[in-house]
Each structure stands twice: as structure tokens, then as C-alpha cells.
Design a protein around this ligand. Structure first.
Ligand code: NAD
Length: 375
């Protein structure tokens, strides 16, 4: 099996889909690895590091020639895969809903596209879960990005010149990213509170030493809901949530929003009117900005100021910690491929009836086959 590792072409994408560590592991399985020149540079991995790990390095056309597996972070345009052999596996974060046309083009080119975002969230797949590994670090970085924009300190400081009060940090959406934002805010000394629509998060918030702020009048999502994911809430719930946010947010210095609903635009959680009640100099980081945003007025790729409040809408937050996110992402891909590695034949075998394969497989035999995409 020849594995090609591509240099990312999306502007601002600093991550890479394989590291010297995973290159060594693939070689130990019996594969050969060719890395496109400069693929790891932005994630502080040099071409020489890959060569030391046992890979060869060269231009894309050479890497793709006769490749059996292509590893990417974001899905390249089908034109960027010219010259691949039919049946090649393309493994990455292919953004199937956002780039549906590209999925059709992969099918037409005979590329077997595997979207790691569609991995089912089952125990067996945890070590392959790119959404979790990347969201975890994004939740951490969101707090650091907030702190960088905030003109004050987070912990309470008692000094000879007087006392500085602790900052109040509010996390909205307590999935993987939100939990890490809570933990990071606590480590930095903020007074942290958090909210979610899923009742199960209440205990998780408390276990991290933060205060749960929940809608009490209308029931949220009990139990595991749609596989642990949130759904669109009723109008009654949204109204109660808006009232709760209005009463809480005016006293917050930093707000991190992470709320997402799979396959749908992000829910709007903070209105311009609510921002106007916050103290000037406060900071809101909208981690959902790429899915339409939780915060009114948030702009993708920009820091905007509304009513004296900074609204941070950085693009591709995982890429802002490219060395660490690449290393976890690369391990996720290795864990996925090695789970389906046939040691004797030294190839990857993807059984049609496997739950993980059924989840991630977008195209097969020249057709789009993903149930989630075909609806
Ligand atoms: P996500 O990124 O889809 O959403 C982030 C959070 O936003 C979620 O907690 C969601 O409930 C919340 N949210 C959505 N709408 C909201 C609203 N209107 N107001 C407030 N909050 C709102 O979620 P995620 O980080 O992918 O995690 C989803 C779940 O999956 C969690 O329970 C997580 O623990 C679980 N999970 C399981 C596995 C596994 O392998 N078993 C792996 C990763 C995550």
C-alpha cells in the first residue's frame, strides 16, 4: 500500500494529516509513505523529519502516482487529485454537507471518499474521532484568544495597590469544546458558569468546578437524545433561554459560544440587544462562526467591536494550534486505518456492513453512497 500525504491547499490551513510518528507506524504495518514537499511546514514538521521517519518526499504528482490511500486534513478539489488511480481511498475532514459538489466529483473520478466527520460516536471509534480531538484544542484556544483580546487579568489578585476582581467567564454549549473551555477558564482563575440544552451536561459542568446555568421552566434534552447531539429547540424553549441569557450575560466579562446542531446552521444564542448590556471591554468568542454563528454580528475571520464588546470570529481555530492538532488528527487517521488493516495482505479492507465504514464512506464504486448525504 502506498500512502500519500498531501500539503493542504485551503488558505490558512496549517495542519497536516500525518506526522513522523504516524509515518513510522504506517511503515511498521508494511505500507510505504510519500509526503508532498512542504506538507508539514506550517505545523513545524520539516521534510527532513518525514525522511528520517522513513517517508519519501516529493511533488504532489509523484506522491499521488499509484497511491492507494491519500491522507488530507481538508478535502482537495477533485482537480487537485489528477492522475490518481480509480479506487484510491481519500481520508480526511471532507466537509460533506458544505462541499457536496466536491463529493460528486470524487465519485465521478472513482475516488473512494471517507469523511472522518461522519464517524459514528461509538466507543470503538473514540480513538479515531477527529471532531473530538480538534474541538478539544479549539475549546482551549478559544479561551486564550479571548484572554488575548481582554484588557484585564482573569484571576483575582490581591496586591499592595489593591484588589483586582476575578473575571467571569460563561460557556454556552458544553460539548467537547465547551468542556475544555470551562477547564481552561478555571485553570486561568476565572469564575466560570456554563449552559447547554442537554441535561446530562449539568453534572459535567459541576465536576469541573463551574456553575450550571439552565433553563428550568421548559424541559431541555434528556438522556442521550440524537446520539448525544442537540437538535433544534422549540420556540418556547428558545424564549426561555433568551430570558435566561439576558439575565446572566450582563455580568459576564468573557463568553465562549460553541453550540452546534449537526447538519444545521448553528443556533443563535446571543442577540445584539444582549451584547449591549455587557460591560465595555468584554469579549465574546464565537466558535460556531463557521456554521453561521451563535452570536449576532460575529464575522467569520474577524474581530469586530459592538457596543464596546469585542466579538472574536476566528476561522479554523484548530489550525491555530497546528502542531498539536495535527499530531492528534494524524493519530486519529492512523487509528482508523490500522483498525481495518489486513496484516497478511498488508492492505486496508473496509467491510460494507461495518458501522464505522457505513458512517464515513461517502462514495463507492463511482457513486455517492452515504445515507446521511442522500437523506
Ligand atoms: P457539538 O459540537 O455538536 O455541539 C456543542 C454543544 O452545543 C453540545 O453540547 C450541544 O448540546 C450544545 N448546544 C446545541 N444547541 C444548543 C443551544 N441552543 N443552546 C445551548 N447549547 C446548545 O457537540 P460535541 O462536542 O460534538 O458533543 C456532543 C456529544 O457527543 C457530547 O455528549 C459528547 O460527550 C459526545 N461525544 C461522544 C463520543 C463517543 O465516542 N462516545 C465522542 C465525542 C463526543
Amino acid at each position: 500500500m502506498k500512502i500519500a500525504v498531501l500539503k493542504e491547499s485551503e488558505p490558512g490551513e496549517r495542519r497536516v494529516a500525518a506526522t513522523p510518528e504516524t509515518v513510522k507506524k504506517f511503515i511498521a504495518l508494511g505500507a510505504s509513505v510519500m509526503v508532498e514537499t512542504g506538507a508539514g511546514e506550517a505545523a513545524t514538521v520539516s521534510d527532513a523529519d518525514y525522511v528520517t521517519a522513513g517517508a519519501s518526499v516529493g511533488p504532489r504528482s509523484e506522491a499521488l502516482k499509484d497511491a492507494d490511500i491519500i491522507l488530507v486534513v481538508q478535502g482537495p478539489g477533485a482537480a487537485g487529485l489528477n492522475g490518481v488511480k480509480p479506487g484510491v481511498l481519500l481520508v480526511g475532514a471532507l466537509n460533506p454537507f458544505g462541499k457536496r459538489d466536491q463529493v460528486d466529483a470524487y465519485a465521478a473520478a472513482g475516488v473512494e471518499a471517507l469523511a472522518m466527520e461522519f464517524l459514528p460516536r461509538i466507543t470503538r471509534a473514540q480513538s479515531m474521532d477527529i471532531l473530538s480531538s480538534q474541538a478539544n484544542l479549539a475549546g482551549y484556544k478559544a479561551v486564550l484568544d479571548a484572554v488575548a483580546e481582554y484588557g484585564r487579568a482573569l484571576p483575582m489578585m490581591m496586591t499592595a495597590a489593591g484588589t483586582i476582581p476575578a473575571a467571569r467567564l460563561f460557556v454556552m454549549g458544553v460539548g467537547v469544546a465547551g468542556l475544555q473551555s470551562i477547564a481552561t477558564g478555571r485553570r486561568l482563575g476565572a469564575i466560570v458558569s456554563a449552559t447547554d440544552v442537554r441535561a446530562a451536561t449539568r453534572e459535567q459542568i459541576q465536576s469541573l468546578g463551574a456553575k450550571p446555568i439552565f433553563v428550568e421552566a421548559v424541559a431541555g434534552i434528556e438522556g442521550e437524545g440524537a446520539g448525544g447531539y442537540a437538535t433544534e429547540m422549540s420556540d418556547e424553549y428558545k424564549k426561555a433561554q433568551a430570558e435566561l441569557v439576558s439575565s446572566h450575560i450582563a455580568r459576564q466579562d468573557i463568553v465562549i459560544t460553541t453550540a452546534l446542531i449537526p447538519g444545521r446552521p448553528a443556533p443563535r444564542l446571543i442577540s445584539d440587544e444582549q451584547i449591549a448590556t455587557m460591560r465595555a471591554g468584554s469579549v465574546i468568542v464565537d466558535l460556531a462562526v463557521e456554521q453561521g454563528g451563535n452570536v449576532e454580528g460575529a464575522k467569520l475571520g474577524e474581530v469586530v467591536v459592538k457596543h464596546g464588546v469585542k466579538i472574536v470570529g476566528h476561522k479554523n481555530v484548530p489550525s491555530r494550534l497546528a502542531a498539536d492538532t495535527s499530531s492528534l488528527y494524524a493519530r486519529n487517521l492512523y487509528n482508523f486505518l490500522s483498525a481495518f488493516w489486513d496484516g497478511e495482505a498488508k492492505t486496508v479492507t473496509l467491510p460494507d456492513d461495518d458501522e464505522i465504514v457505513k458512517g464515513v464512506r461517502l462514495t463507492h464504486g463511482g457513486k455517492v453512497v452515504s445515507e446521511r448525504l442522500l437523506g
